[in-house]
Design a protein around this ligand. Structure first.
Ligand code: FES
Length: 858
């Protein structure tokens, strides 16, 4: 059971989190990415102390030093220890901003102001606390325009370890930054920058790299090249650099130098202006050769205007090549969209990544073609894209795309954090909405999507490790550990105990590292991969988990606590492999489930089979097998999951109807039969796989209401379902009913359930006698312990206390001991017996209860 917990912060902000009864409030808050103050997380330090204004709770265990008895009497609580018993309202002793993270702001001075060409300036900046600014090659910062209160975004062109920070700025007449740089700016001026930002950065891999730069989009590419040079990389690298006019062509000497330092690096450049004196006139696509594409086994990094991204994408499509990774950062050169509300004419406008843009400026020519490139050499090579007139400035309409998923449109990038006091440097200045004309994205091929997702996550995480390791305070490390630990209860050995809960807590753990970077793009880049959605889907029925996965989480946190970068990186890589193995196995198992291993083709051809309790477990396996053997199935359950199953079966051309109802009631059972008859006009077979133990305990520990609930759950659905269907079968003079009982009629620690299933046996034998004259058979199976995926709809609360766990274990032990085969059965083994009894092959069997329990006769 879950409760809503309202967290009321000192600044008046209130956030709500959903907290399960077996979860601490701190755990639930961290999963919701609300970092309430924490330290020990163990009820020992008092850091998390909060005031509970309303609601009931279990305060958990703690020491008096952390929370004195009189404080507890006044309603103070420790969220790291407390668990809700009702909805709660808590006053949290911090502001909402403190409960989050943000990019840092740094003060520095201008060290360089080089006019590289009539249109481009190179800036140099040094900051005092340089060691504290970690960034990844390709990322950017928001640079405050001195004296204006505005910021503009520029990508670093220096390597991450260089002391001096450098940027390329395209001059735009009338632009705020341009006016400053060409007017009052002087070496020694104070500047402020906030970052790093962005998810466009070099991923670690040994794959060949194709770099494409448009205009001052060269800056992040230079940073990438400098990093590769510093690493002594031998990855095959090729750069194509395109600009509009000769005036825009800069840093050619730098590229020459890099080529001399990086033996695996080659480059070329082109200018689109037909009057250019450059050897290659045209556009970057005209300089792409098949050898640069490596048959698709290449990581492409592109920074340039939107038409360039689209043109390159089209070029790849035309060539029939899908790069393994296509990472792009595109910046619009057109005026930004009109504001939603009127603003003064002088209102500052959003900037692009590295080119300053003013609203009233006409768009610049862009680096993509109206004519094919003219190569200097006589070998003309393939022609490049010809854009129709008017298409020079394509709207930035397309959102990020990752493995075919559309994700955040640039204008919807919400700030990750609320404003907070400056952490470094001088007075804090709010960032300008610099995301408006700016998009970062990455494409991956859809083949091997699952592996590709985890590889992409790994690449992003390695980047996040670089940005955060050694920089986290104890409070954030405590939160990180809490999230790592929250994944532990859902895996035992190599088995999921609750795959859905694992997926949820695992996603919160991985999200948190990106949250810690304070970089909204990085977090969203991770979320845009859709790893959680993929895991939700793939692990839905999973039973197997790589046994190291949860431990990896703890070990990664331990590496962070030790500041051990190499271990953290190794673990991130290994964890990605284990995640791949887990999802691969789940997908293989799911495939196997879709095709039952043993079927008798056509055995149910032309028959209408009603399966109650079909959402999961034995009911689902039976329905799948009947369907595979040609039957039309009516899938009944109180869970909506039957609609998914019906959709899946009809999707492959089979007949299936899903209907939801509460089968513990007569009305529910009657409604199911009516729905089946309304659709198919008859029911040939009714399989009743309903019920299940809710609580496991010695009989004297069952309170009366639990006894009643067990009987309601495991006897009445079968009783009502039989009652609902027999009039129809009697009238038709044919039909088969298969009830599903249990060998628990002779078992420990579940007397009420045993009584209910004994009742099912009695219904079966007695009803068989009554219905035989009508030509209706009534039979049952009595399953023993059966291996099944973790239930998506739990029957009851998981055993919590040591005593409850021991009672439950008694059932498990007794089940295995009573089986002559010494093991649990499988869903397929149960479905095989049910479908045999349900089929015409069993036409001379009625009134029989068949134990399917490895020799345990119940
Ligand atoms: S008592 Fe230390 S974090 Fe809660």
């Amino acid at each position: 059971m879950s409760h809503q917990v309202a967290l009321s912060f000192e600044d008046g902000v209130t956030r709500f989190v959903t907290c399960a009864e077996d979860q601490t409030v701190a755990d639930a808050s961290y999963r919701a990415r609300i970092n309430i103050p924490l330290d020990c997380r163990d009820g020992a330090c008092g850091t998390c102390k909060a005031l509970c204004e309303s609601g009931e709770y279990d305060g958990g265990t703690y020491i008096d030093d952390a929370l004195a008895p009189d404080e507890a009497a006044q309603g103070y609580v420790l969220p790291c220890s407390m668990k809700p018993r009702s909805d709660l309202v808590l006053q949290i002793a911090s502001t909402s901003a403190v409960a989050k993270t943000r990019a840092a702001t740094y003060s520095g001075t201008l060290t360089r102001l080089d006019r590289l060409s009539p249109t481009t300036i190179a800036l140099g900046v040094e900051i005092a606390d340089r060691d504290e600014l970690a960034f990844l090659p390709g990322q950017y910062v928001n640079l405050a325009v001195p004296g204006t209160g505005e910021t503009r975004s520029y990508s670093f062109s220096n390597a991450p370890d260089d002391k001096e920070l450098t940027f390329l700025v395209k001059l735009t007449p009338g632009g705020l930054m341009s006016d400053y740089l060409t007017g009052a700016a002087a070496v020694g001026d104070e500047v402020r920058l906030t970052g790093p930002q962005g998810s466009f950065f070099l991923r670690e891999s040994s794959r060949p790299v194709l770099l494409l730069a448009g205009g001052t989009g060269l800056a992040p590419i230079l940073s990438i090249l400098r990093r590769l040079r510093d690493e002594g990389s031998d990855r095959p690298l090729h750069l194509v650099y395109g600009v509009s006019t000769d005036d825009d062509l800069v840093e050619l000497d730098t590229l020459e130098q890099l080529a001399a330092q990086l033996p695996s690096f080659s480059w070329d450049h082109c200018v689109s202006d037909p009057d250019s004196t450059a050897p290659n006139k045209g556009y970057v696509t005209g300089l792409l050769r098949p050898e640069h594409l490596h048959d698709g086994d290449v990581a492409v990094y592109l920074c340039g205007p939107p038409p360039m991204v689209e043109a390159v994408r089209k070029h790849f499509a035309d060539e029939g090549v899908t790069p393994t990774g296509f990472y792009y950062e595109k910046f619009a050169l057109s005026a930004p969209a009109a504001p939603a509300e009127p603003t003064p004419p002088a209102a500052p406008q959003p900037a692009s990544t590295d080119t300053e843009v003013e609203a009233e400026r006409p768009p610049e020519p862009v680096a993509e073609p109206a004519v094919p490139v003219e190569r200097a050499a006589t070998d003309a090579g393939p022609t490049s894209l010809v854009l129709p007139e008017g298409d020079r400035l394509l709207p930035v309409a397309e959102a990020r795309r990752v493995t075919g998923q559309d994700t955040f449109p640039a204008r919807e990038v919400a700030p990750l954090v609320a404003p907070a006091p400056a952490t470094r440097g001088a007075a804090q200045e709010e960032d300008a909405p610099t995301s408006s004309c700016y998009e970062i994205g990455e494409d991956h091929p859809s083949v091997h999507e699952s592996d590709a997702l985890f590889e992409a996550r790994q690449a992003l995480e390695l980047g996040a490790v670089e940005l955060t390791i050694g920089r986290l305070d104890s409070r954030r490390l405590a939160g990180y550990r809490l999230l790592a630990e929250s994944t532990l209860p859902y895996v035992e050995g190599d088995r999921f105990t609750d795959a859905a809960a694992y997926t949820e807590s695992n996603a919160a753990f991985h999200d948190y590292l990106f949250t810690l970077t304070g970089n909204e793009h990085l977090l969203q880049a991770y979320q845009a991969l859709g790893v959680k959605g993929h895991m939700d889907q793939v692990l839905r029925h999973a039973t197997w988990c790589h046994p190291r996965c949860p431990q990896d989480h703890l070990d990664i946190v331990a590496a962070f606590e030790a500041g051990d970068r190499e271990t953290a990186r190794r673990l991130v890589v290994e964890h990605a492999e284990r995640s791949k193995a887990t999802t691969r196995r789940a997908m293989a198992d799911a495939q196997a489930r879709l095709r039952p291993p043993h079927i008798s083709p056509g055995r149910f051809d032309g028959l209408v089979v009603l399966v109650t309790g079909a959402a999961q477990g034995i009911g689902e396996a039976t329905a799948r097998r009947v369907s595979a053997e040609g039957g039309a199935v009516v899938l009944a359950d109180r869970s909506d999951l039957v609609h998914d199953l019906a959709g899946e079966l009809t999707g492959v051309g089979r007949e299936a109807l899903a209907t939801t109802a509460d089968l513990e009631t007569w009305a529910g059972a009657e409604a199911v039969v009516e729905a089946a008859l309304a659709r198919f006009g008859r029911i040939d077979v009714a399989v009743h796989t309903v019920g299940g133990t809710i609580w496991a305990k010695p009989f004297q520990h069952y309170p009366p209401e639990q006894v009643q609930a067990e009987i309601n759950r495991s006897l009445f659905p079968t009783l009502w379902s039989c009652r609902a269907v027999v009039p129809h079968m009697a009238e038709r003079g044919s039909g088969t009913i298969v009830n599903v009982s249990s060998v628990a009629t002779r078992g420990l620690n579940r007397v009420p359930y045993a009584a209910a299933k004994g009742g099912v046996n009695a219904v079966t034998t007695a009803l068989a006698m009554e219905m035989a004259p009508y030509g209706v058979r009534v039979v049952a199976t009595a399953p023993g312990g059966t291996e099944a995926p973790a239930r998506r709809i739990p029957r009851g609360p998981a055993p919590e206390s040591a005593e409850e766990k021991a009672w439950y274990q008694t059932i498990v032990d007794q089940t295995v001991d009573s089986s002559l085969l010494g093991r649990y059965g499988t869903l397929d083994e149960q479905a095989a017996a049910i479908t045999f009894l349900a089929s015409p092959e069993a036409s001379y069997i009625t009134g029989t209860v068949l134990p399917v329990a490895g020799g345990d006769l119940g």
